[in-house]
Write a protein that binds this ligand. Structure first.
Ligand SMILES: Cc1ncc(COP(=O)(O)O)c(C=O)c1O
Length: 391
């Protein structure tokens, strides 16, 4: 008996049952197909350098300089002072309100860890970037979804019905996976509602420079003095440098003193974030050449989006045309597929990797999948020609 028990594999804890990241989990299956000799087109992940979007080159240059500087020890837990000061200037807050994190991923983790407890309600968009779902579960919060109208704007009447008793609301703008960009009016209505119900906002601005159509609204200006909020961003998307693993969060407004302290403790516990890349970030985010860089990136993204939309519109698919970021969240308009994962697996067999819509919390009202439109037009065309066969 004892002998038999020893042969069992070590078991992870129950906590692991809620840990998932569908955007990468699907890659394991894709690799199995690849091992059989199939060539795969990866449309599952928003990793711009993989698809010919150069990282903002000031970052690499500054990392090289930083390697010669005296930053061989641990950086300060809450972040390099220069980076905190620079972010604070952009954010219009004090450097003490800024924390450097290992990609916004860590900022999201810290936010849930520090702020969302057992049974506490957190308002998430539906569909939502999967990390938020997993974190809400990990920290035993209660997810309450809000939804979007046909134009991809936040459905205010619906939100008004759901907001009561929420501890926090998450806004992702531009939105992943929908690609929607919220209008000034829409955001103002959300802020008003949150102020009435005393619900602070975690604003995920990972893609805030990548607005392809419509007006770029500065949420900080719009929400300042009206509602406490946390603004998060990173080098990953706006600067095409996800490998840097550098992000930051800035606390705005009153009432955050205890939460900032909690963030500080979490930062202490993990010691520090890579110092050279923080130094590089401090220089890069205010470098004057950034505006030309990002204009170029948006031009290229717009071309790729247009190719993607032209292709996808010929197929029995529906989706709001993405106005920002580089994803689309697509509904299959044929009756053939009952489950998203079955469709995604069939697409894998054709050599195309998507993410099932259920990974983003959407499943009741149809079969959805998410794609990125980052790749070169020829690749997007090849991918959609392949899935045409299985729709
Ligand atoms: C909406 C959103 N938030 C946060 C992240 C995390 O990004 P990072 O940790 O690379 O900054 C991503 C990554 O895809 C994202 O799409």
């Amino acid at each position: 008996m004892l002998h038999l028990r020893r042969q069992l594999p070590y078991r992870p804890t129950e906590r692991m049952n809620v840990v998932s990241y569908p955007i990468r989990d699907i890659v394991m299956e894709a690799k199995r197909e690849e091992a059989k000799g199939k060539k795969m087109i990866y449309l599952n992940i928003g990793d711009p350098p993989q698809y010919g979007f150069p990282a903002f080159k000031v970052i690499s240059e500054q990392v090289k300089n930083a390697l010669d500087e005296n930053c061989k020890g641990y950086a300060p837990s809450a972040g390099d002072e220069e980076l905190r000061k620079t972010v604070a200037k952009i954010e219009g807050c004090s450097p003490d309100d800024v924390f450097a994190v290992a990609g916004l991923t860590e900022g999201i983790d810290f936010f849930f860890h520090a702020f969302i407890g057992f049974g506490e309600k957190v308002l998430l968009p539906n569909p939502v970037y999967p990390l938020y779902l997993s974190k809400a579960k990990q920290f035993e919060g209660e997810t309450v979804f809000y939804r979007h109208d046909a134009n991809g704007q936040i459905d205010i009447a619906y939100l008004a019905k759901k907001i009561e008793g929420a501890k926090a609301m998450v806004i992702i703008n531009p939105n992943n996976p929908l690609g929607s960009v919220y209008s000034e009016r829409n955001l103002s209505e959300v802020v008003k509602l949150c102020a009435e119900h005393d619900v602070p906002i975690f604003y995920d601005g990972s893609y805030d420079q990548l607005i392809l159509e419509g007006k770029q609204v500065d949420f900080r200006k719009l929400a300042k003095k009206k509602i406490p909020f946390i603004y998060g961003s990173s080098l990953s998307k706006d600067f095409s440098y996800p490998g840097a693993r550098i992000g930051w969060v800035a606390f705005h407004g009153e009432k955050w003193s205890e939460l900032k302290n909690a963030f500080f403790l979490l930062c202490n516990q993990r010691l520090s974030v890579n110092w050279e890349f923080q130094k590089a970030a401090a220089a890069a985010i205010v470098d004057p050449s950034y505006s030309a860089y990002v204009a170029d990136m948006k031009k290229k993204l717009l071309e790729r989006r247009d190719t993607f939309v032209k292709m996808a519109e010929k197929l029995p698919l529906s989706f709001p045309v993405p106005q920002g970021a580089f994803y689309a969240f697509i509904k299959i308009e044929t009756k053939k597929w009952k489950k998203d994962i079955e469709f995604v697996r069939a697409a894998l067999k054709q050599g195309v990797v998507f993410v099932p819509g259920s990974g983003f919390g959407r499943q009741e009202d149809g079969v959805y999948f998410r794609t990125t439109f980052l790749p070169e037009p020829e690749i997007i065309e090849a991918a959609f020609a392949k899935i045409k066969r299985i729709l």
